[in-house]
Design a protein around this ligand. Structure first.
Ligand code: UDX
Ligand code: ADP
Length: 464
C-alpha cells in the first residue's frame, strides 16, 4: 500500500477516557466515516449507549448525542469491528506494572498485547494500526512483531498518534488541538499510512498543526511532553515550600516569573500535588527507559519530579495533623474534592487518595464530598492504598454537599479545585465548625483574607 487509504471505517479498541471522547469527536467531524468504539467491558459499553456516559467531560454529552447511532457506535463486538475497519486505534490502558520486572516503573503492556493479538486474529486485509495509548518508546515494534507472527493475510502499518487532551477540557482540546502528532515508518508504505490518518484529522484540524515524525520521535514526544508539564508543577511546588518559610507568596512568584515570555504563565499553579493517569506513569516510564539504556543520571533527574510530588502530598497531610495540635484521632475533617482535578470524575493518582489515606491512618474521621466521583470509586481507591473496608466503614462518611461535609468539623481541606467550592456559604460553615476553625486550601482557590476576617485559621499552599 503506497497510496493513502481512503478511510471509511474506523475501529477503536478501548472505550476509556481517551478512546471514548476522541472517537466521538472524529465521528462528529467526519460524517462519512463510520466509527466503532469497542470494549470488552460490557457495563462500560452499556453506559456509553445510555444517557449517563461513563466519562464526565463538559460538552461530551452533546458530541456523543449528535453522532451516536448515525456514524458512531459503541459495541463489545470487537472482532467484527476489527474485520470491517480500514484503520484501528488501540486505546487500551497502560498502567504502571505492579509486579515482576520493572514493577512500579515500567508500563504494563498486557492490554496492548492482547489488543494486538485480537487484531492479528481478526484482520482479513490491509489495516493501519494506530497506537493512541501512551506507551513506552518502541512499543510499535512489539505490536508489529505480534501482528507479523500471528497473521497470514494481514498487511499492517503501525502508526503512533499520541493523544494530548487533558481531562476536564477534552472536548475543547479535541476540537482545537495545539497539534496532532503522527509518527510512522519512513518508507513509502509508512508515508502512505501517515497520510491516510492526516486526511482524517484534516477534516477539522488545519494542516500546519498536524506534525509528522518518525515512529520513535512520536512515541517519545508524548512521554517528554508530560514529563515537562509535570516538572513545572513540581518546580513551583518546591518553591511553595520555600515561600512558606520566607513569607513570599507563591502565586505572586508564579505571576512574576510567568510574565517572562520564555517561561510563560501556564502550569505554574502550586497545589497539593499533581495527579491523573498520565504524569506519574509517564515519568516513571521515562525513568525506566533511561535506566534501561544505561543513563542513570538522566533517570535520577526525572525521578526527582515524582519524588517532589510525593513529598508535597505528604507535607500537606502532615501540616493538617500538626496544625490540629498534633493529633487528629477521632476528629472530623471535612474533605472537599476527590477527583484529581475539577470537571472530571477521574480519580487516578489523585492527591486526595493519599491525603485521605494518611489522615485515616492517623485516626481521623473524614467527611468527604465530591460533586462527580461515585462512592464505589472512593472506596476502591482507598482499598488500593491499603485502607481496609473496616476502617472505611468506621471513619469515612460520604456527604451530599460541601456544607454537610464541613458540619462539626475541626478542619476543612480543599483537595480539588471544583468551582462550587469558591462560592460556598462560609458564614454557615464557620458557625457549624469546632473552633478554632481551620481551613487547609490545597488548591489556593478560596478567598483567604475574607475567610480570616470571618474568624477562620487558614493554611494555603505556598503562602507564608
Ligand atoms: C495531562 C496532560 O496535560 C495532557 O496533555 C495529557 O494528554 C494527559 O496528561 P491531565 O492529566 O488530564 O492531562 O490533566 P492536567 O490538566 O495536565 O493536570 C494534571 C494534574 O496536575 C492535575 O492533578 C492538576 O490539578 C495538576 N496541576 C496542573 C497543578 O497542580 N498545577 C498546575 O499548574 C496544573
Ligand atoms: P485511558 O485513560 O487510556 O483511556 P482507560 O482505562 O480509561 O484508559 O480505558 C481503557 C479501556 O480499554 C478500558 O475500558 C478496558 O476495558 C479497555 N480494554 C482493555 N483491553 C482491551 C481489549 N483487548 N479489547 C477491548 N477493550 C480493551
Amino acid at each position: 500500500m503506497t497510496t493513502p487509504t481512503d478511510v471509511k471505517r474506523i475501529c477503536c479498541i478501548g472505550a476509556g477516557y481517551v478512546g471514548g471522547p476522541t472517537m466521538a469527536m472524529i465521528a462528529a467531524k467526519c460524517p462519512d466515516i463510520r466509527v466503532d468504539v469497542c470494549d470488552i467491558n460490557q457495563p462500560r459499553i452499556d453506559a456509553w449507549n445510555s444517557d449517563e456516559l461513563p466519562v464526565y467531560e463538559p460538552g461530551l454529552d452533546e458530541v456523543v448525542a449528535g453522532a451516536r447511532g448515525k456514524n458512531l457506535f459503541f459495541t463489545t463486538a470487537v472482532e467484527e469491528s476489527i474485520a470491517a475497519a480500514d484503520l484501528i486505534f488501540v486505546s487500551v490502558g497502560t498502567p504502571t506494572k505492579s509486579y515482576g520486572i520493572g514493577a512500579g516503573r515500567a508500563a504494563d503492556l498486557c492490554y496492548i498485547e492482547s489488543a494486538a493479538r485480537m487484531i492479528a486474529e481478526n484482520a482479513n486485509g490491509p489495516k493501519i494500526i494506530v497506537e493512541k495509548s501512551t506507551i513506552p518508546v518502541r512499543t510499535a515494534e512489539a505490536i508489529r512483531t505480534i501482528l507479523a507472527a500471528n497473521s497470514e493475510n494481514g498487511q499492517f502499518q503501525v502508526l503512533s498518534n499520541p493523544e494530548f487532551l487533558a481531562e476536564g477540557t477534552a472536548v475543547e482540546d479535541l476540537e482545537a488541538p495545539d497539534r496532532i502528532l503522527i509518527g510512522g515508518e519512513r518508507t513509502p508504505e509508512g508515508d502512505a499510512a501517515v497520510e491516510s490518518l492526516v486526511r482524517v484529522y484534516a477534516n477539522w484540524v488545519p494542516r500546519e498543526r498536524i506534525l509528522t515524525t518518525n515512529l520513535w520521535s512520536s512515541e517519545l514526544s508524548k512521554l517528554v511532553a508530560n514529563a515537562f508539564l509535570a516538572q513545572r508543577i513540581s518546580s513551583i511546588n518546591a518553591i511553595s515550600a520555600l515561600c512558606e518559610e520566607t513569607g513570599a507568596d507563591v502565586d505572586e512568584v508564579a505571576r512574576a516569573i510567568g510574565s517572562d515570555s520564555r517561561i510563560g504563565p501556564k502550569f505554574l499553579k502550586a497545589s497539593v500535588g499533581f495527579g491523573g493517569s498520565c504524569f506519574q506513569k509517564d515519568i516513571l516510564n521515562l525513568v525506566y527507559l533511561c535506566d534501561h539504556f544505561g543513563l542513570p543520571e538522566v533517570a535520577k533527574y526525572w525521578n526527582s519530579v515524582v519524588t517532589m510530588n510525593d513529598w508535597q502530598k505528604e507535607r500537606f497531610s502532615t501540616r493538617i495533623v500538626k496544625t490540629l495540635f498534633n493529633t487528629v484521632r477521632g476528629k472530623r475533617i471535612g474533605v472537599l474534592g476527590f477527583a484529581f482535578k475539577k470537571d472530571t470524575n477521574d480519580t487516578r493518582e489523585s492527591a486526595a487518595i493519599y491525603v485521605c489515606r494518611d489522615l485515616l491512618l492517623e485516626g481521623a474521621n473524614i467527611a468527604l464530598y465530591d460533586p462527580k466521583v461515585p462512592v464505589s470509586t472512593i472506596r476502591a481507591d482507598l482499598n488500593y492504598v491499603g485502607i481496609s473496608d473496616e476502617v472505611i466503614d468506621k471513619q469515612l462518611t460520604i456527604c451530599d454537599s460541601a456544607v454537610e461535609a464541613t458540619k462539626a468539623a475541626h478542619g476543612v481541606a480543599v483537595l480539588t479545585e471544583w468551582d462550587e467550592f469558591k462560592t460556598l456559604d462560609f458564614d454557615t460553615i464557620y458557625d457549624n465548625m469546632f473552633k478554632p476553625a481551620f481551613v487547609f486550601d490545597g488548591r489556593n482557590i478560596l478567598p483567604h483574607d475574607e475567610l480570616r476576617a470571618k474568624g477562620f485559621e487558614v493554611y494555603a499552599i505556598g503562602k507564608g
